[in-house]
Design a protein around this ligand. Sequence first.
Ligand SMILES: [Zn+2]
Ligand SMILES: [Zn+2]
Length: 241
Amino acid sequence: MGPLRLGMTKEEVERVCQEHRIGHSGATGPDGLQVDFHAGRATRIEILAEYPFARLSLAGQVLPDVSDETIRRLLAKIIPLPGNWTEPEASGLAVFHWELSDTFVFSFRLFLPGYRTIREDGTPVLPAPVRPPRRVSASFSCDACARTAAVATTTPSMGLLDIDWSPARLEEVVPFAQRQRVLQAVKAASPAALFAVNEAFAPFYCPACQKSYCREHWRFEAAGSEDAAPPLCPRGHHRTR
Ligand SMILES: [Zn+2]
Ligand SMILES: [Zn+2]
């Protein structure tokens, strides 16, 4: 931004603007420059990409043009670009397009950490902290060999249930209405409760024995038959309710 910098006081910004005979009023005002202040300091500067009163530079290079290709290339020189390269939030720079389909940049926004979005009074709208989704696991041991029969892991916010029934790994989608019951079942390490929600959620569990078994201790019909019978538990139960 040349002489204009984030963190400047209002007076300093006024002086620079007067020296260069530019205004900074109104986001889409005639001057194409907007400076927002909070507690007397510039926290956000937004400027038209094709600003007529100054030359913009990025990564130490005066912009030859404002095509996506150029801006992206220059940005990549100074920061690792995220998937959405126009929102490299951590860099304190956001890149806007007038229309989503545009292939050239409309404006740039420089901001202090947390000031990407502000309220009308200039205070920052802090993004919610990103927390990893909560996962809860339970492991079930085999009643025949005492080794781990299966490990069930649920991620309730995503509606997922992973079942490691070695060597099989199953990923089940849990309908919204069942997420709470699945979470409770895993928390309680209750294969019966999991089975009660959906038989597919506890394939390692025999309801007749009320026991879990590792995959080795279930007897599967030879592969290749059209209508494979349900597997048999070590005590000869078909796996049905
Ligand atoms: Zn076993
Ligand atoms: Zn059984």
